[in-house]
Write a protein that binds this ligand. Structure first.
Ligand code: NAD
Length: 515
């Protein structure tokens, strides 16, 4: 396993200017870089009252924003999509500094944010259009379905994709005519502030989107309690708390939560491609990726070959800090992540698991590095057998048949993402057998994630609602049915109630045949 230690080559964006965009006058929050512990800058946190004030200001700004034609709002998204690509290196530098991730992993944030914005820039005006619907009485009832914005949307995001998650959830909420209050994780506020800066540069009115930073147990609930819809991304445990609060307030919410994603290698797979794909995707973003695989089920027929090729690929992964494009695995995001990963590995080993690769921290690379780790013989009692590790750790499990592979892949409370390696001709049919919101055939996660016109989200305990696709925009709207009636739906003239009843029964009989 080689290492790269190229130092950052450029100064970071002006962090003091970004910090000034945060709404809040509370205590300063110091942000440090996890890859070397250097201080990056400070951001003022919002008091609880300031969160409520930000929502009031957002409500005012929302009226003017929603009154603009959908195409005008979409033009802001298109400009943002272009700006993100133009300012790619600046974004990569900041995201890398704030998260410690490898540059190639940070690139996913740039591409995803830009594609999501462009997709919705193209699709939103059509999706939001008033639609004629079949009326109660054909020709006599003119029924239209309209889409109205919810009002102010709270977007709560984690630290693992701190630029694109605020961007890709905020843009569709804005295009639907809402104002947005973003609450990023405390470890990564600057990336969210850069998202805000670029949205404003693209033409977004000042108060239509704001960022509030603050302690998770205070600022998070304050946002949830003040907005009209919550878009939450984070752990399943926090998602439950947010869901309970939204339930009490009867406001809508959408949640993208945790996963324990399977990768299946069947007997007819292209084994070298599967081994390379698995190594690339299990350790992408140092395993801190909600859709990254943590369990690999290998058909007995290809087990030996796959395992040997996979371990070979893992041994060649380039791990380390710095801005080199060649580095594949960066730092974990915090000491807490390292402690969690270590405890999962130690627990599995104590219960009988074997370490085939890695298995330990890499302090010589930086305070929060952990080696890409492959385990075998992980017993059912090990914590990592079922719980999300969210780090560079994957467990291998042999399976004797395809039936067993699908049964074990589905034997989980989660259902976020899956990867299946098989003959392409069988991919769609077999993929549909996996209980997950996204299934990637002959790819780890990028194929489904990058299909921005199709929904993305979790089954079971991995979430509710979808981002991307039409659903990822329409969830931020209230639908309204306006039905204009030409003649009353009642007996007319001297018609008796019974005659009316017979007439409408006959009418419904005819309608049922055609509509
Ligand atoms: P987390 O749930 O601890 O925190 C996520 C966000 O919620 C942070 O901004 C945090 O400050 C905020 N928060 C914490 N408590 C809150 C509360 N009571 N009310 C409102 N907000 C609150 O998640 P994390 O551990 O930081 O992130 C990693 C998790 O996120 C993993 O489980 C990962 O799978 C998941 N994730 C899911 C997706 C997806 O698209 N499904 C994407 C990225 C990450």
């Amino acid at each position: 396993m080689t290492t790269r230690t190229t130092a950052p080559s450029r100064p970071l964006p002006d962090l003091a200017a970004l910090a000034a965009l945060a709404t809040g006058t509370g205590p300063a929050l110091e942000v440090t870089s996890p890859s070397d512990g250097r201080p990056l800058g400070v951001v003022r946190q919002a008091h609880e009252g300031e969160v409520a004030g930000a929502v009031r200001a957002a409500r005012e700004a929302q009226k003017g924003w929603a009154a603009r034609p959908a195409r005008e709002r979409a033009a802001v998204a298109h400009r943002f999509a272009r700006l993100v690509l133009d300012r790619r290196d600046e974004i990569l530098d900041l995201v890398q500094a704030e998260t410690g991730k490898a540059r190639i992993a940070a690139l996913e944030e740039v591409l995803d944010a830009s594609r999501t914005a462009a997709y919705y820039g193209h699709a939103a005006p059509g999706l939001l259009r008033a639609r004629g619907r079949l009326g109660a009485l054909p020709l006599l009832t003119k029924t239209t379905e309209l889409r109205h914005p919810k009002g102010v949307v709270g977007v709560i995001t984690p630290w693992n994709y701190p630029f694109t998650l605020p961007a890709s959830d905020t843009v569709p909420a804005l295009l639907a005519g809402n104002a947005v209050l973003i609450k990023p994780d405390e470890k990564t506020p600057f990336s969210a502030l850069l998202t805000l800066a670029l949205l404003r540069e693209a033409g977004l009115p000042e108060r239509a989107a704001q960022v509030v930073v603050g302690p998770r147990e205070v600022t998070g609930p304050a946002v949830v309690d003040a907005v009209d819809f919550v878009m939450f991304t984070g752990s399943t445990a926090t998602g439950r708390k947010v869901a309970a609060r939204c339930g009490e307030r009867l406001v809508g919410f959408s949640a993208e939560l945790g996963g324990k994603n399977p990768l299946i290698v069947l007997g007819d797979a292209d084994v070298p491609a599967a081994a390379a794909g698995a190594a690339r995707t299990c350790f992408a973003n140092a395993g801190q990726l909600c859709i990254g695989p943590e369990r690999i089920y290998i058909h007995e027929a290809v087990r030996e070959r796959f395992t040997s090729l996979f371990l070979d690929e893992v041994s060649r992964l380039q791990v380390g800090p710095g801005t080199s494009w060649e580095t594949q695995v960066g730092s974990l995001a915090s000491p807490a992540q390292v402690a969690k990963v270590r405890s999962h590995v130690d627990d599995a080993v104590a219960k009988g698991a074997r370490i085939l690769a890695g298995g330990a921290a890499r302090p010589e690379l930086g305070p929060n590095f952990f080696a890409p780790t492959v385990l075998a013989d992980v017993p059912e009692t090990a914590v990592l057998c079922r719980e999300e590790t969210f780090g560079p750790v994957v467990a291998l499990y042999p399976v004797a048949s395809e039936e067993e592979a699908f049964a074990r892949a589905n034997d989980t409370g989660y259902g976020l993402s899956a990867s299946l390696w098989t003959a392409p001709a069988r991919g769609r049919k077999l993929g549909a057998r996996i209980e997950a919101g996204s299934v990637n055939v002959n790819e780890g996660y990028a194929a489904a994630w990058g299909s921005h016109s199709a929904g993305m989200g979790g089954w079971k305990e991995s979430g509710m609602g979808r981002r991307h696709g039409p659903e990822g925009l329409l969830k931020y709207t209230e639908s309204q049915t306006v039905a204009v009636q030409r003649v009353p739906i009642a007996p007319s003239g001297r018609m008796s109630a019974e005659q009316f009843a017979d007439l409408v029964t006959a009418g419904v009989r005819i309608m049922n045949r055609f509509f």
